[in-house]
Design a protein around this ligand. Structure first.
Ligand code: N2P
Length: 375
């Protein structure tokens, strides 16, 4: 991992930097919304008495790339007068490293389940106030009160999803059912995968029938030869937009996030989505407020905003992941709901597992994959 594990367990130094303002100023805006007109106080949210904002009308969001639509950010700014600054990351580990480096002054982050578990253990998240989050009622109860954040004391679900295989069926006619069908010598140079060490190791564990979360030195040694055979076959590592290599025809097979698979399926039905027979990761990505946030009310206003059905639908339209918002899902078309990459069957879901925090073994996972990539 890019973060040193010790940082994860000693967040106070980094957070002190954030709070005291000794860190660097927030990075220049990657995306700035249109500031609202002076009439913003008359917005529906504030006139309903629900909008409590911080004195400074600013919100710094640190989120996955290709996950938060610009039109959602613009709508929030227009309604509230809060200027939103967005910075992106391509992995949980990149987010953690920057969060603890202390330079970002982030108000909202978007961690996955195992990282939420780690951040809560490290006392690095600020509790949320459910009185400010009435739209939590829109979330499907299946995605609330999950083991990594009992009672949703710190997080609200953004999108869930899985990792799966995309096959360009115009180029590949062999049956592809699982990871071992993808990683064949004959497909060398025709594969894109996520650039994510924990994911790669979990695929190897799935093939060897090692439980996903049983990350020990011994099991990492067991998976090493398998990954050493797989990694040289991969042409492109891309966690931001793995669909691009498939659309461009640079590769014919991919192991990607399900939202990427859903976009490919919408683009052209030749892109078939396959849930790996050996099993896969069910992720639950959520919004959380780091302890060092200086705009926690604005952050909770944004959390509540994105759980409105019509705003959630804007997210699902742009990034068709597994939508945990039941009220938003009710607005989606039959075609959207039938996208096999977005919405797995119950049988497929039963073969998926969420990741647990693996503590300092995270750095061993990263070291293993990094060492195999450079060989
Ligand atoms: C969005 C990435 C999905 C995050 N581009 C997977 N946890």
């Amino acid at each position: 991992m890019k973060i040193q594990p010790s940082l994860l367990f000693a967040p106070f130094a980094a957070l002190t930097l954030l709070v005291s303002g000794c860190g660097k100023p927030a990075t220049p805006p990657a995306a700035e919304s249109t500031p609202a007109s002076p009439a913003a106080d008359a917005s529906p949210a504030s006139s309903a008495g629900a909008a409590q904002t911080d004195p400074e009308k600013r919100l710094n969001i640190f989120c996955w790339s290709e996950y938060v639509p610009q039109d959602v950010i613009d709508a929030f700014s227009k309604e509230t007068g809060i200027k939103v600054y967005v910075e992106n990351y391509a992995s949980n580990e990149e987010m953690l490293a920057k969060l603890f480096a202390g330079g970002g002054n982030y108000d909202l982050i978007q961690p996955s389940e195992y990282v939420i578990e780690a951040l809560i253990k490290a006392n690095a998240l600020r509790p949320i106030d459910h009185a400010l989050l009435p739209n939590l009622k829109n979330i499907d109860p299946k995605f609330l009160n999950m083991p990594f954040d009992p009672g949703n004391k710190f997080t609200v679900p953004w999108m869930a999803g899985s990792v799966g295989i995309v096959v360009n069926t115009e180029k590949i006619t062999d049956p592809i059912n699982g990871y071992t069908d993808v990683f064949q010598e004959k497909f060398k140079g025709r594969i894109v995968t996520l650039d994510d060490a924990r994911e790669l190791v979990s695929w190897g564990f799935n093939v060897l029938k090692i439980p996903t979360n049983d990350v020990t030195d011994e099991n990492l040694q067991k998976v090493k030869p398998l990954l050493a055979g797989w990694i040289p076959l991969i042409k492109v590592f891309d966690s931001d937009s793995p669909k691009t290599a498939l659309i461009n025809g640079d590769v014919d097979l991919g192991i990607v996030w399900n939202g990427e698979g859903a976009i490919l399926y919408n683009t052209d039905k030749k892109f078939k989505w396959v849930i790996p027979a050996e099993g896969t990761h069910l992720f639950v990505d959520s919004l959380a407020i780091p302890k060092g946030s200086t705009h926690p009310l604005n952050a909770q206003l944004f959390m509540n905003f994105i759980m409105r059905p019509e705003i959630n639908k804007m997210v699902a339209d742009a990034f068709p992941y597994l939508n945990p918002n039941a009220a938003g899902r009710a607005l989606m078309s039959a075609e959207q709901l039938a996208n096999p990459a977005s919405f797995p069957t119950d049988a497929d879901m039963a073969r998926m597992e969420i990741f647990n925090d693996i503590g300092d073994k995270a750095s061993n996972v990263d070291e293993l994959v990094t060492s195999l990539k450079v060989q």
